[in-house]
Ligand binder design. Structure first.
Ligand code: PLP
Length: 467
């Protein structure tokens, strides 16, 4: 039998049941293995290959969710999840996502949901103030840092090409772009997507701390100019993915001003640390940048996805991304912000709501306390590593991510990582840093405490010693 299209009472019952499941999950997530023990294809094999012809009950759906899906999940909110960078979340953010889904607003234009646009304007200005960017910057939410960087690179490209009267001189094929060899993979990928020739994407060498070498950057720019190429853009990273290294922004900004290059700052993870007065220094120099992105969805308790993108020259952004059509025109277009013109997508989710819920629920001070504690725990863990003669810390650990290795070869360290993750108790990722394989412990979850970090270190030592 076909169920009613909408049965508010059934929805209420089911929603309450789900909220009970959600509350239990948040309370008990530590009891799951962080990563599932499943083989590729195992979950898919249990799912019907074709869609159901007849409606199925909510009860069956919920049962299958628990039986088939949950055992195949990696639990990113597990207090033992120390991999990649966190995608942290929080109860107020989850609740806001429920409202967002319920309202189902599509926020492409001011008039398609005025409150969504105006809340986004206010939220991005709150975030701007929280990280200490000057009010010359205007913000917009992008889905991810990858998209924000792509938006920045397209804008930088168009600004550079548009500078020249002559099409030949201004052509994209001659533009060059610079970032460090430690930049996130989304940067060279974004450069290719923005039309920069792959051979004109320069991955500049880094210093002993994995931060971009300004001397090498300067040299590369001079060489390219001498070869008749047109330097267009530098992407500096504040908090590299590998080891949270911080590129020297003040010197890079000075160089960009001298050479008239677009400076985009990728602070995807680390930007959140700038909400701490004592960590503001990480963004020193960003006041001279043209654009900056950081991810509240990494370290500011806002559910994935939510990236804050700030741009200085709003007109340049609109020149690249503004697009109209008869169906989109409204009587207010001259007096409002239509965020569809600030990025790639036309349709947009109502992401500002979760920012509002989170910032108000914790207050700037609550968020500061969390970030400060994660940085303290990172320093504590690094000190334990340094105190153990069998281990060494690699690179600095300014931002709650510690790179370390067991003294020995790369194979031993890879094996150690496999054994650590196989316990299901904690999960770490590894990477190459300065020519050697390192293990990486990244902190940033709401619920991670000193006790868990201590336990993690004990487990790592135990596994290393039992080899
Ligand atoms: N930039 C840096 C420095 C990152 O560490 C990451 C992801 O970890 C990204 C960009 C990509 O972020 P997103 O997943 O939001 O695209």
């Amino acid at each position: 039998m076909t169920p009613p299209v909408l049965d508010p009472e059934a929805f209420r019952r089911q929603a309450h049941e789900l909220v009970d499941w959600m509350a239990d999950y948040l309370a008990e997530v530590a009891e799951y293995p962080v990563q599932p023990n499943v083989a590729p294809g195992e979950i898919r094999a249990k799912l019907p290959a074709a869609p159901p012809e007849q409606p199925e009950s909510f009860e069956r759906l919920l049962e299958d969710f628990q039986q088939l899906i949950v055992p195949g999940l990696t639990h990113w909110g597990h207090p033992g999840f120390f991999g990649y960078f966190p995608a942290n979340t929080s109860p107020p953010s989850i609740l806001a996502e429920m409202l967002t889904a319920t309202i189902g607003a599509q926020c492409m234009s001011w008039s398609t949901s005025p409150a969504a646009t105006e809340l986004e304007q206010v939220m991005l200005d709150w975030l701007r103030q929280m990280i200490g960017l000057p009010d010359a910057f205007t913000g917009v939410i992008q889905d991810t840092a990858s998209t924000a960087t792509l938006v920045a690179l397209i804008t930088a490209r168009d600004a550079k090409v548009g500078e020249s009267e002559s099409r030949k001189v201004g052509s994209v094929e001659r533009l060059t772009i610079y970032t460090s060899e430690e930049a996130n993979s989304s940067v060279p990928k974004g450069a290719r997507l923005a039309g920069f020739a792959p051979e004109n994407i320069r991955l500049i060498e880094t210093d002993e701390n994995a931060a971009l070498s300004v001397g090498a950057l300067d040299h590369a720019i001079a060489q390219d100019k001498a070869a008749g190429l047109r330097p267009a853009c530098v992407v500096a990273t504040v908090g590299t993915t590998g080891s949270t290294a911080i590129d020297p922004l003040p010197a890079i900004a000075e160089l960009c001003q001298r050479e008239r290059l677009w400076l985009h700052v990728d602070a995807a993870f680390a930007g959140s640390a700038a909400i701490l007065p004592e960590m503001r220094w990480i963004l020193a120099g960003a006041e001279h940048a043209d654009s900056l992105v950081f991810n509240p969805h990494k370290w500011l308790l806002v559910n994935f996805d939510c990236s804050a993108y700030f741009v200085r020259d709003r007109a340049a952004l609109l020149r690249s991304f503004g697009a109209s059509a008869e169906i989109l025109k409204t009587a207010y277009d001259d007096s409002v912000v239509n965020y569809r013109d600030w990025g790639i997508q036309l349709g947009r989710r109502f992401r500002a709501l979760k920012l509002w819920f989170v910032i108000r629920s914790y207050g700037a001070e609550g968020l500061q306390a969390m970030v400060r504690e994660h940085i303290r725990l990172g320093k504590l863990f690094a000190a334990w590593v340094r105190a153990d003669p069998d281990f060494e810390q690699i690179g600095e650990a300014p931002l709650a991510t510690v790179c370390f290795r067991r003294k020995g070869d790369d194979v031993q360290n890879r094996n150690l990582l496999t054994r650590i993750n196989a316990t299901g108790k904690i999960f770490l990722t590894g990477t190459q840093l300065k020519g050697q394989y390192v293990l990486r412990l990244a902190l940033g979850h709401l619920t991670t405490t000193e006790a868990e970090v201590r336990e993690a270190w004990g487990l790592i030592q135990e596994l290393a010693n039992s080899e």
